[in-house]
Ligand binder design. Structure first.
Ligand SMILES: Nc1nc2c(c(=O)[nH]1)N(C=O)[C@@H](CNc1ccc(C(=O)N[C@@H](CCC(=O)O)C(=O)O)cc1)CN2
Ligand SMILES: Nc1ncnc2c1ncn2[C@@H]1O[C@H](COP(=O)(O)OP(=O)(O)OP(=O)(O)O)[C@@H](O)[C@H]1O
Length: 187
């Protein structure tokens, strides 16, 4: 079996775990951990988070709190297949429109280059590797932005999304940490 087939199997298993975790009311605890982490970071740093889809843990409560504290927040926008993501500025009041794959995107937010990237994921492992939906969008974005400046790539997930090993390819970017409802795991 090749890595892409292994990833596809791991994705299926992790989707099941994520769906169960999603129904357990863990988003409040996860957001308390995320907010606490973000408050400790330099206030000048631009934060990328995301508009949740499917059964992803929602970072919206933390995004709103950080925006109220004056922090600059942005969310991912797909610009094309095999392209890195763009990150467009988001505020709690900004007008949103439907983007590809069901995630809404700001109607006219400025393009920002984030320093801290809070990324959704399907599964993560104890070495800091992540599995997404298979588009490679985040891996390309981490690679592109980290060539310009130092970034913090932080997964946000339910603790049950941890797998023993996530199948790995050369293009997979290692996360700096994963935040779950239980706390922060640094790699
Ligand atoms: N909330 C959120 N926003 C995001 C992402 C994300 O992962 N989460 N992205 C991160 O890249 C981009 C959207 N990319 C996506 C790529 C594919 C699918 C998706 O559902 N693909 C298949 C299912 C794959 C599978 O089951 O293995 C589908 O269309 O059914 C969703 C989002 C940008 N915005
Ligand atoms: N930096 C990169 N440059 C070129 N191709 C890449 C890069 N990163 C990933 N890819 C390609 O994208 C495809 C999907 O990658 P992968 O399965 O790791 O996506 P994912 O991490 O699950 O999805 P996402 O990052 O969108 O959440 C792979 O075929 C991989 O070769």
């Amino acid at each position: 079996m090749n890595t892409s087939e292994l990833k596809s199997m791991a994705r299926k298993a992790a989707f099941g775990e994520r769906r169960i975790a999603h129904g357990q009311g863990l988003d409040n605890d996860a957001n308390a951990q995320l907010t606490s982490y973000l408050k400790q970071q330099d206030a000048e740093l631009v934060i990328a988070a995301y508009m949740p889809i499917r059964t992803e843990v929602s970072p919206l409560p933390s995004m709103k709190r950080m925006a109220m504290r004056g922090r600059r927040i942005c969310v991912p926008v797909i610009v094309g297949d095999e392209q890195p993501l763009e990150f467009h500025e988001w505020t709690p009041a900004c007008e949103m429109i439907d983007g590809p794959f069901g995630a809404s995107v700001p109607k006219d937010g400025a393009i920002l280059i984030p320093d801290i990237i809070i990324t959704p994921l399907v599964a993560f492992d104890p070495s800091g590797y992540r599995l997404g939906y298979g588009g490679g969008f985040y891996d390309r974005s981490f690679e592109q932005i980290s060539e310009q400046k130092s970034i913090m790539a932080i997964g946000f997930a339910y603790s049950e999304q941890e797998l023993m090993i996530v199948p790995r390819e050369d293009t997979d970017y290692k996360l700096d940490a994963v935040i779950t409802e239980k706390g922060i795991l640094s790699f």
